[in-house]
Design a binder for this molecule. Structure first.
Ligand SMILES: Cc1ncc(COP(=O)(O)O)c(C=O)c1O
Length: 417
């Protein structure tokens, strides 16, 4: 945690829990300390404006979407979009057009989007007669894979379409230019970028920031959309955590410490690889993915084993388990993981056949009815096996990662519901 937040929390209990006093203001007031801090950061990173958020990246992504698109508009997005985007589509009656992404059957993970792939998506004839209000991209993915976001933004801007980048997992990239990390979408001039400060900086849970750039999305629309969804009593501790988590990555001494941690994290991967642990290369040094599927072990059984032995992972999936190192000092992570991995191999019986099959999605698909219509209709629960050919009232989506894995989207819009 940033030193100033630690100091604040040591003060008389509750003394930091202030209401929206005129001196403090809130993210959307004209004046006050919160706005001053926001102005400072937006100037520092050459953006039009930024807003702190106290309802996670989810809240600010939804505000960003409402700022880009109006009722009945279309938004283009990849299959691995976070659930909060679909929920915003439900609220505003927007139509998400989902495009497929290349997929690794070995890990069960979506792969980064290449420029060629994205060009094909944008040139797909399904989009010929559709005016897109915006494009939503996720970068990096939960497991740390990153695309060349700058070129994807460029291709969208070439067509005059605004882009919102969900960079929930990549806030710290912004502070580490020239450090061999993916380029931040803020420096790449996306129109809207959302960072989850509790996921990828050292903010408290629920803290986030929205950055606004360019002229494709109106400033007033963003401000109004934040006002529409934001609580009228934003928590002052969370707001100061937004400010201090960003300050901590600007202050030169703490930044040096974080850069050391990045190097240690890179070495951690190399060392695990050298020791024969089945780690999967990705673009975020703090994400360590273990390909348990190579040994016939599913990620959920591995997660249970690690958890029961005191090592807590972030994200178990069918073929893998992903650990997040975080920015604190690691106490012998390599040794602990190696030891437990060897024990796990002796303890868990592998599946005879553990296979991951690519979901049979078309390269680009429209929902049969809008998520909003589906949500409003009467619905009933059925086993997933019986759901083929039916319309989902809500997305089938495990958390984490909050990414839908099954749905009933159709590209045949003339079918009756
Ligand atoms: C890719 C992605 N975007 C957005 C979110 C939402 O972030 P938050 O939990 O801060 O609302 C998540 C949460 O897991 C996520 O994985």
């Amino acid at each position: 945690m940033p030193r100033n937040i630690i100091k604040l929390l040591r003060k008389y209990p509750g003394s930091w829990d202030l209401p929206e006093l005129p001196e403090l203001g809130s993210p959307t007031t004209e004046k006050g300390l919160v706005v001053e801090a926001q102005n400072y950061f937006s100037k520092k990173f050459s953006t039009n404006q930024c807003w702190f958020g106290v309802n996670g990246a989810s809240g600010l992504i939804q505000s960003g979407i409402l700022a880009m698109a109006k009722r009945g508009n279309y938004l283009l997005m990849p299959r691995n979009i976070h659930t909060c985007v679909i929920k915003a589509c439900i609220i505003a009656n927007l139509t998400p057009i989902l495009f497929d992404i290349e997929y690794s059957e070995e890990t069960g993970h979506y792969l980064p989007i290449t420029t060629e792939w994205f060009k094909k998506v944008l040139n797909n004839k399904l989009l010929n007669d559709i005016q897109l209000a915006g494009i939503v991209l996720v970068n990096p993915y939960y497991q740390g894979y990153a695309s060349d976001i700058e070129s994807l933004i460029y291709l969208s801007h070439e067509r005059n379409i605004p882009v919102l980048v969900d960079e929930a997992h990549g806030a710290y990239f912004l502070f580490c230019d020239n450090y061999g990390l993916p380029k931040s979408a803020v420096s790449s001039k996306a129109d809207l970028v959302v960072h989850s400060l509790h996921k990828s900086l050292n903010g408290l849970s629920q803290t986030a920031i929205l950055w606004h750039n360019g002229t494709k999305v109106e400033h007033e629309n963003v401000q109004q959309s934040i006002n529409l969804l934001q609580t009228t009593s934003p928590n002052s501790l969370l707001l100061s955590s937004c400010e201090e988590s960003l300050n901590d990555w600007i202050e030169i001494n703490s930044l040096r410490n974080f850069q050391k941690r990045i190097n240690i994290a890179k070495n951690t991967f190399d060392e695990l690889f050298k020791r024969g642990i089945p780690v999967v290369r990705n673009d975020d040094p703090f994400k360590i993915i273990l390909n348990t599927g190579l040994y016939g072990i599913d990620g959920f059984s591995a997660d249970k084993f690690f958890y029961e032995n005191g090592l807590i992972a972030e994200l178990p999936e069918m073929m893998t388990i992903t650990f997040v190192l975080g920015f604190a000092k690691q106490k012998n992570f390599v040794g602990i993981l190696e030891n437990l991995w060897n024990k796990l191999l002796l303890t868990i019986k592998p599946h005879k056949q553990l296979k991951n099959i690519k979901p049979p999605f078309k390269s680009i698909q429209m929902p049969f009815i809008t998520p909003s219509e589906a949500w409003m209709k009467k619905s009933y629960k059925i086993p997933i096996k019986e759901s083929v050919g039916k319309v989902c009232a809500e997305i089938v989506c495990p958390y984490p990662p909050g990414i839908p894995f099954s749905d009933s989207w159709r590209n045949n819009r003339s079918r009756k519901s």
